[in-house]
Structure formats: C-alpha cells, structure tokens
Design a protein around this ligand. Structure first.
Ligand code: NDP
Length: 480
C-alpha cells in the first residue's frame, strides 16, 4: 500500500493530532492556542458560497466539441474553422427554481450551459432545454423569478403567484406550453435538447453579419417522466440526474448532442412576420432550416464537483471573434446580470478559477482585489497601465465586429409583431397527438391546484386564443 501523505495545516505545517483537543488538565478547558482546531472549525464555517439565485441545483461534466460541417462562410470563429477541429468544453445543466439539493426530477425548465475553451478565449453558450422563454424583456426577470421561488410569508412555492404572473403576461404562453408538455420533466440531462434560445450573430472575414440560433439535439432520444413517474422517482432518490449523468460517463457511455444552427441573413430581420430577436418566438424550421455544425460529447467527470460545477461561471457576455450579440432585450440584460452574479458569488477574479480560466493566454490590465492569486499575467511589471511604451499588451483592431445599423427613436416600445403571442404556442399544441394533449391538460390542471378562479379564467382565455381545443381541454381537466 502506498505511504499516506502527511496531514498539514492550510499553511503547510504538519499536524501532530487530528482527534484530540489540547486541554489544560484531563478535564480542563480547550486552549486557544490549539490553532489547528480553530482553523478546522473556521474552515467548516466557510464551506458554502452563496448559491445561485436561479439555477442553483446543477450537474456537469467535461467533454469535447468536434466540427463535422464547415460553416466558416458564416463565421470567422476559430472554434468552427475546419472539419475535425476539436475544442474542450465544460457543461452544466440545472433546474431553474429549486435550491441546491432540490429534487432533480421536478417539472421545470432546465439550464443547458456550455463553456467552449477556444483558442481565442472562452465562448459561453448559456442556454436552456427550451427554444423560448417566459418573458421578452429583462425588466420582467426578477418579478418572474419571484413567482417561481418561495412566498415571503409561507416560505412555500405558490401556484397562485405563478399563474397570476403568467395570466398577466401572455408572452409566457409559448414557454408555459412547453413546460407543461411531456418535455417538462426530462429523465436526465442526456435525454433533452439544448438551445441557445436567444438570437446571436455570426460575422465572417468579409465583414458580413448573419443572425443565428443554436440548437443542440440529443442523440440519446427524448425521454421524459409523467408527473406520477417523477413523484415515484423523487420518493426513491432526489439525486436522479447526478446519478444518471455521472454514472453514464463512468461507464463509458458518453452522451452526445448534434449542434445545428439556423442562419438568417442580416437584412431578413426586417422582413419576418415575427420579431426574430424576441425570446418568446422561434424561427420556424420551414423558414430557416437546421444546418449541422458538429458533435458535442461529454466524456469526463470532474475530479471535484465544487471546483468545476459549483465554481463554473457561465455568462452570455463571453463571446469570441466571429460570434456576436443581437438586439434581443433579454440577452442584453443577461450580458450584465450573469457576469455580475459571478462577481458577487465567486469574487472579482472568478474568471481565473480553474473551471473558468481560458486555455489561451490571458492579458489584461485589471489589477488587484480579493483572491488575486495570479501574478502579472504577461510577465512585464512595468506595463501596468495602458497605453504604455513598455511593451504591454495592445488592442487588436482586426477583431472589431462589423458595424450594426440601428434605425429608430429611443423610447419604450410596445412589443408587437404581426404574429402576436398566440400563434406559435398554438402551432406547438397542434403538433401534439391526442395523448400528448391530454397529458398537457392534466399537467396544467395539476399545476393550477389552489389557484383563484379569476386567475384561472384569465389564463383559460389565453389557451382559447392559442387554440380553442387547448382551452376546452384544460377546462375539462379542471372540471369547469
Ligand atoms: P417543426 O415541425 O419543424 O418542428 C417542431 C419542433 O418541435 C421540433 O424541433 C421538435 O423538437 C419540437 N418539439 C416537439 N415536441 C415538443 C415539446 N413538447 N416541447 C418543445 N418542443 C417540442 O416546427 P416549426 O419549426 O414549424 O415550429 C412549430 C412549433 O414547434 C413552434 O411553434 C414551436 O413551439 C415548436 N418548436 C420549434 C422550434 C424551432 O426552432 N423552429 C424548436 C423547438 C420547438 P425535436 O426535433 O427535438 O423533436
């Protein structure tokens, strides 16, 4: 057997005894000078960091992304530069509402986040398992999340609050329909799609811009629990996703997703009947077909969950040359709020933690601050400001995005497009077969238990507008 390593304090001094306190006499009090005991207790008090306000409960693994189709005519991003190119990634999946340790198989949207460690810095794809979201404006995000979290007095989740908000926010109907459909409870992260959800942009070496949607299609097939099955699973284990994802990778059964993109020429954005930057809308496949890009494979469990899954800090602000943003209002809000959340939760220099550190050279002039544990990055202590004559890092104008033309007055616009909030939820409803529709009705009725009739009526009017059969089915399931 290998010889055990010597136990030390966090300062590296050997520890003589890790079982018994230092006391004055056989029954006497403990001495303050037993600093090893103090250090041990103090560390235990600091083993938690603030959990994420949303997406606290998560599971993740490392893997590789391999390009299978050349899309370099749309983007100069090096991650997509040639067929066969491989990039390391770190994934994290999550539920939205539950706290850390909540049961994994609750009905909820799932987060689907990927960090691509590209040769031009980290690109974060911070998506969900749904192509749309409940709201189309960042103003609504904190209020929406409050309805998903605990009531301030009862400290319980509130169906009343959820449906009150949704019924007053018709733009939520598309996402509500997905959430209440079969896909509302995937059996494990491997059995669901991932979507960038927002519209992003690509730009190529000729300065052309395209709008883009990212879709990660599960190669394991879709698998979902009904409410009853999920209740049984939760009775047996609350950790189903961790068991499934970790277990599959340990067994060498590596989950895969096919990355597909929808590409829209820049000027088409003015012509579509739907606002292509509205997070509550999809681009119909018939209009913008899916184009294969590559394969994502998860093939390694992190050695330390906290270091690589809890410390993983994804932000839509992390883009690389060739990938850009869009006017999507929720995306614009997330560009601020995600990086801000990590600075609060992990600290100023969170990007230097192992999970987040780019695999390429990092050269910046940000200075000190809590946990500045890396030295002057580029090895020249005289170049600590910019511009300088000390050979410090300099900007590279060649990676400037092509200019984007904006036309319009600054004001707070009504969110209207020709499509309205009911067409696409109705289209989805009409895709379901009779059994799927019946499960949708039952799931909604179950989620409406205890909700005021006035709120239910308001919501039923939205279902009616999406499709009369939708409203009628829910009414029947509610015995109304
Ligand atoms: P298509 O018939 O071309 O595609 C239907 C899409 O619906 C497929 O992507 C399918 O995903 C997905 N889907 C099937 N069941 C569900 C469900 N319970 N929850 C979420 N998605 C589901 O349709 P269109 O592109 O013309 O769009 C019709 C409707 O399909 C839309 O209004 C939208 O609600 C939904 N949809 C559209 C997407 C898009 O990007 N166009 C993406 C996802 C949903 P899969 O291929 O994995 O089976």
């Amino acid at each position: 057997m290998a010889k055990s390593k010597k136990l030390t304090t966090s300062a590296g001094a050997p520890v003589s005894n890790n079982q018994k306190s230092l006391t004055a006499g056989n029954r006497g009090p403990v001495l303050m000078q037993d600093y090893k005991l103090l250090e041990k207790l103090a560390h235990q008090n600091r083993e938690r960091i603030p959990e994420r306000v949303v997406h606290a409960n998560g599971w993740g693994a490392m893997g590789t992304f391999t390009v299978t189709n050349d899309i370099s005519k749309y983007t100069r991003a090096k991650v997509f530069s040639e067929v066969g190119k491989q990039t390391e990634i770190l994934s994290r999946f999550s539920t939205v509402a539950g706290e850390a340790g909540a049961a994994d198989t609750e009905r909820d949207v799932r987060g689907f986040s990927l960090k691509f460690y590209t040769e031009e810095g980290n690109w974060d794809m911070v998506g969900n398992n749904t192509p749309v979201f409940f709201i189309r404006d960042g103003y609504k995000f904190p209020d929406f999340i409050h309805t998903q979290k605990r009531h301030p007095k009862t400290n319980l989740r509130s169906n009343e609050a959820m449906w009150d908000f949704w019924s007053l926010t018709p733009e939520s109907l598309h996402q509500v329909t997905i959430l209440m459909s079969d896909r509302g409870i995937p059996t494990a992260p491997m059995f669901m799609n991932g979507y960038g959800s927002h519209t992003y942009s690509f730009w190529n070496n000729d300065g052309e811009r395209f709008w883009v949607k990212f879709h990660f299609k599960t190669q394991q097939g879709h698998q979902h629990y009904t409410n009853a099955e999920a209740a049984t699973v939760i009775g047996e284990t609350r950790e189903k996703y961790q068991e499934e994802l970790y277990g599959a990778i340990e067994k060498g059964e590596f989950p895969k997703w096919k990355l597909m993109v929808q590409i829209m020429p820049e000027t088409d954005a003015e012509k579509t009947p739907y606002n292509p930057f509205d997070l509550t809308r999809v681009w119909p496949h018939g209009d913008y077909p899916l184009l294969e890009v590559g394969i994502l494979e998860l093939n390694k469990n992190p050695e330390n969950y906290f270091q690589y899954v809890e410390n993983a800090a994804y932000s839509p602000s992390n883009i690389v040359p060739g990938i850009g943003f869009s006017p999507d209002k929720v995306l614009q809000a997330r560009i601020f709020s995600y990086a801000d959340a990590h600075r609060y939760r992990l600290g100023t220099h969170y990007e230097a933690l192992p999970a987040n550190a780019a695999k390429t050279e990092v050269n910046h002039y940000h200075k000190d601050g809590a946990m500045r544990f890396f030295s002057n990055d580029f090895g020249n202590p005289d170049a600590y400001y910019e511009p300088n004559t000390k050979n410090g890092p300099v900007e590279d104008p060649s990676v400037e995005e092509p200019p984007m033309k904006i036309d319009g007055d600054i004001t707070r616009y009504e969110d209207q497009d020709q499509l309205g909030d009911y067409k696409q939820p109705g289209d989805l409803f009409r895709l379901f077969n009779d059994e799927q529709k019946q499960r949708l009705f039952n799931n909604i009725a179950a989620a409406m238990q205890g909700v005021s009739l006035e709120i239910i009526e308001k919501q039923l009017a939205h279902f009616d507008k999406a499709d009369p059969a939708y409203g009628a089915g829910v009414r029947k399931a509610l015995n109304l």
